[in-house]
Design a protein around this ligand. Structure first.
Ligand code: CTP
Length: 407
């Protein structure tokens, strides 16, 4: 007889979307990876796939409604919550994301999700308009900031006839992510990591400023990933409409000069510095004390002076063994420009992306990056910023090891 006692346990929550049928395949893939799967379904999910299907595939009873079996319901969701090493919700509808973000627990799935202390992996699937709606985006951000992991959605042709983001991520990708979460890397334990993120703001007058397009999402994803992997993280953040991850030290900055001051003070104590911030290269030579008024059609000339290059300053003070990572968001000659920056700023790794490509620009949750070191250039496919953050840290850690071997 097979011994299931030591198998890691995934509680798979299935909600009511057309992609619910794909959860059957996901369950199979998880089992193939040696994982024991228990299924919880919402009422609407049962309209798409019969609980019997999941019951037969999983070899366990399927939990569907807290009040259906009054004798056991009270303990059932708690028992499942405790049993879970990981809670996966696939597909996760807009409705369930909203409930989780707001703390609503009104059925078996949401009560179990609320009670569990296991990590939460959400695979959203819905119509593009719904996915892009402010409410869903805000809920996803809230859940992410609380530590939930989001996989997908992918883009493509949707069941409703639309094309765009909202497809359930490939089940192989979800299964791989689940397995990675069950055996998380803790390879950055004890390391001190500085991450810079977000734009700077350079005042022109009391009501106007110059800035760069940057949401801060990529930097925040790196900070979250490093913290998860055991690092002690300081996040030096420009004004960003994002909730900072729990357990990182947040140091705010507004101008590039402030960033320079803070970053150069913090960098010497750091093992790894990841500079995802987008500091403005120029600032107004003089900041007007009063609001600049219109001049009846006459052109306005602003004199700008160059800001310091923060990455170059940190590069100039680089300690042996320290790994410095920079970014290069480019529109033309991406690789040539990035390679030049790698050398000029004495970086060990530069993450280049062509911001003109769909899925790689600003404000989105995905990126298409190329990791460039002195030795090689590795292009990665479109992936979530969370996934890209992991790959960037993998490369930075490999560089650290190479250094240690050579030393
Ligand atoms: N950077 C910096 N200080 C600046 C400008 C950029 O530290 N004043 C850092 C960014 O955080 C990023 C890297 O340098 O890691 C590349 O940023 P980018 O704006 O692409 O480079 P620039 O040197 O400003 O080059 P250019 O604007 O000419 O493309």
């Amino acid at each position: 007889m097979e011994n299931t006692a030591k198998k890691p346990c995934v509680v798979l929550g299935v909600t009511g979307g057309i992609a619910a049928y794909k959860a059957c395949e996901l369950l199979r893939l998880l089992q193939k990876r040696g994982i024991d799967v228990f299924v919880v379904m919402t009422k609407n999910a049962c309209r798409f796939v019969a609980p019997l299907t999941f019951e037969t595939l999983s070899g366990h009873p399927v939990a569907t409604d807290t009040f259906e079996r009054p004798a056991t319901w009270e303990v059932e969701h708690i028992a499942l919550a405790k049993r879970a090493d990981l809670f996966v919700i696939a597909p996760a509808t807009a409705n369930v994301l909203g409930k989780l973000a707001c703390g609503i627990a009104d059925d078996m799935l949401t009560t179990t999700a609320m009670a569990t202390r296991a990590p939460l992996l959400l695979a959203p699937a819905m119509n593009t308009g719904m996915w892009e709606s402010a409410a869903v985006q805000q809920n996803v951000q809230t859940l992410r900031a609380r530590g939930a992991h989001i996989v997908g959605p992918a883009s493509g042709h949707l069941a409703c006839g639309d094309s765009g983001a909202g497809k359930l991520e490939d089940v192989e990708v979800i299964a791989a992510r689940a397995q990675a979460l069950l055996s998380p890397k803790r390879d950055m334990e004890g390391l001190r990591v500085l991450v810079t993120a977000g734009p700077s703001r350079e005042m022109i007058d009391p009501v106007r400023y110059l800035t760069n397009r940057s949401s801060g999402k990529m930097g925040y994803a790196v900070a979250r990933a490093a913290q998860r992997r055991g690092a002690q993280v300081t996040l030096l953040s420009g004004p960003a409409a994002l909730t900072p991850p729990a357990d990182v030290t947040l140091v705010p900055f507004t101008t590039t000069q402030e960033l320079l001051k803070q970053a150069t003070a913090l960098a010497p104590q750091m093992d790894v510095v990841v500079q995802a911030a987008a500091p403005a290269d120029y600032r107004a030579e003089e900041v007007a004390k009063s609001k600049i008024k219109k001049r009846g059609g006459e052109a306005l000339t602003l004199r700008l002076v160059e800001n310091p290059d923060v990455a170059a300053a940190i590069g100039a003070g680089k300690r042996p063994g320290q790994v410095l990572v920079g970014f290069a968001a480019e529109t033309d000659d991406v690789l040539t420009n990035a390679q030049a920056k790698l050398a000029r700023k004495r970086l060990d790794l530069i993450v280049a992306n062509d911001v003109t490509q769909p899925g790689a620009g600003f404000d989105v949750d995905t990126n298409i990056v190329t990791l460039i070191t002195e030795a090689d250039t590795r292009s990665l496919p479109l992936m979530s910023k969370d996934e890209a953050a992991e790959r960037i840290l993998d490369r930075a850690m490999a560089l650290r090891e190479e250094r240690a071997r050579k030393a």
